[in-house]
Design a binder for this molecule. Structure first.
Ligand code: GLC
Length: 475
């Protein structure tokens, strides 16, 4: 019998990414005007998203979390962070979005959990059945008999990757913050738990998942890594055969039974990896985010700048456009700086009160046009549609980003002078993209009546949605 042809609606819709804590703070919650965006706030803005022409929302994590990495450290996959409100509100969001023909994909963060997750708490006891949910190792001793970590891996947040736990007498692996212990995908029980999480959210109404750092979940070995200035140890866990097998299993046992799609955030991915991770016949992911194009003017990942050449950007984009049948086309997200500041001229052309010049507008439109001409599913990050710019931070104390603080600490260790540290951090911090959404020229740009959790860009009187609806051609 002929196979049923599947309508891949995700190839025909624009995705709008919401970073909930910075999108809209509602006055009608248990924590009214607390300066943190919430789910009722999102519901109140759904019509605006519809107006943009988006058919899908990617929601950054809203699960219960101690927020060491703003929700990317989950302590309960089945409940909502009270800052964002309740499960009933989440159900309402699915329902209201559905009424408007908008689907929602959830952020699936399964490389690690929070150290406050029940599994990890249990796992700290070596006798407990949950022990094997995480990656515990006894560690080594140096020549002088002092304790040292099990291997030489370095982490994504510039700090250590192993934390010694007194209670256990062993180290646990954390490729990100020490509050984000890595799960052990050699344990089939972990995979079963993930399947339950997927089913839970799909049954609630989710239409798929954006899968966080999904090509590094399987650690083949814990041997020392090759010396590297970038993330050391990668060759033992990037896009491993075991990783592909987990993705295929999740797809076969759960995802294929629903009308949904997945987009993977795949770090350090090259074309060869990508073809394996999202080739249609492989049945792993539907599409993925690569990083090449955003790193053409950066030396080590996105931290140290080098000169930008537009031809390099075109070269990278052409490679990916020709190399894959279908791409996730994005220029911004909650981890990247604002594109109009990054590749555009927004930083060079603005008055002292933040008023942007004509080059800001031209760059924003040019970059939008560039993105819209590419083949693939279009991802727009909140605020990108109005050309929001990087934030004008004055000092490291104004930053919340755990990665920026890690970078600062590391650079201090290497005696990099303060002015250079600040220059690089300011230009690369993820908080540049996390400042509150600029809706109008009212209090805090219409985001909140209370003090926002992160500063509002002072250019909000000139760059905001309400103003652009009046005077500019809509995006
Ligand atoms: C991804 C997320 C980022 C997070 C990290 C660890 O890169 O996009 O925000 O810090 O994973 O979960």
């Amino acid at each position: 019998m002929a196979e049923k042809i599947k309508y891949m609606w995700w190839k025909n819709n624009i995705v709008y990414q919401i970073y909930p804590r910075s999108f809209q703070d509602s006055a009608e919650t248990e924590f009214p005007n607390d300066g943190v965006g919430d789910i009722p706030g999102i519901i109140s803005r759904l019509d605006k998203i519809k107006e943009l022409g988006a058919g899908i929302i990617w929601l950054s994590p809203v699960y219960k979390s101690p927020d060491a990495d703003n929700g990317y450290d989950i302590s309960d996959y089945y409940s909502i962070n009270p800052k964002f409100r309740t499960m009933a509100d989440m159900e309402m969001l699915f329902c209201e979005a559905n009424k408007r023909g908008i689907k929602i994909i959830m952020d699936l963060v399964i490389n690690h959990t929070s150290d406050e997750h029940f599994w990890f708490q249990e796992s700290r006891n070596p006798e407990n059945p949950y022990r094997d949910f995480y990656i515990w190792q006894p560690g080594k001793t140096d020549k002088r008999g002092r304790r040292k970590p099990p291997n030489n891996w370095t982490g994504f947040f510039m700090g250590d990757t192993w934390e010694y736990d007194e209670k256990s007498g062993e180290y646990y692996l954390h490729l990100f913050d020490k509050k984000q212990p890595d799960l052990n995908y050699k344990n089939p029980k972990v995979i079963e738990e993930v399947k339950n999480i997927l089913r839970f959210w799909l049954d609630k109404g989710a239409s798929g998942f954006r899968c966080d750092v999904i090509n590094i979940i399987y650690k083949t070995s814990l041997e020392d890594g090759r010396k590297s200035l970038s993330v050391q140890g990668l060759e033992h866990y990037k896009s491993q055969e075991g990783n592909h097998a987990v993705l295929r299993e999740l797809r076969r046992d759960v995802l294929d039974k629903y009308d949904c799609f997945t987009v993977g955030e795949t770090v350090f991915v090259d074309l060869e990896d990508a073809r394996l991770l999202c080739g249609e016949s492989r049945k792993e992911l539907d599409m993925l985010f690569f990083f090449d194009h955003l790193e053409v003017d950066r030396v080590i990942a996105r931290f140290i700048p080098k000169r930008f050449y537009a031809c390099k950007l075109l070269e990278k984009m052409t490679k990916w456009q020709q190399g894959l049948d279908w791409n996730a086309v994005y220029l911004e997200n909650h981890d990247q700086t604002r594109i109009v500041s990054h590749f555009g001229a927004a930083e060079k052309d603005r008055a002292s009160d933040g008023k942007p010049g004509i080059l800001w507008q031209r760059s924003a439109k040019m970059l939008a046009l560039f993105q819209l001409t590419l083949r693939g599913t279009l991802f727009i990050y909140q605020g990108q549609e109005i050309g929001m710019t990087n934030f004008d931070f004055n000092s490291i104390d104004e930053l919340d980003d755990v990665e920026s603080h890690g970078l600062n600490k590391l650079m201090k260790k290497f005696l990099i002078p303060a002015f250079l540290r600040w220059k690089w951090i300011k230009a690369s911090s993820r908080d540049n993209a996390r400042t509150p959404m600029q809706w109008d020229d009212g209090d805090n740009a219409g985001f909140s009546k209370g003090k926002p959790w992160l500063g509002v860009n002072r250019n909000y009187k000139y760059i905001n949605r309400a103003l652009q609806k009046k005077i500019l051609i809509p995006f």
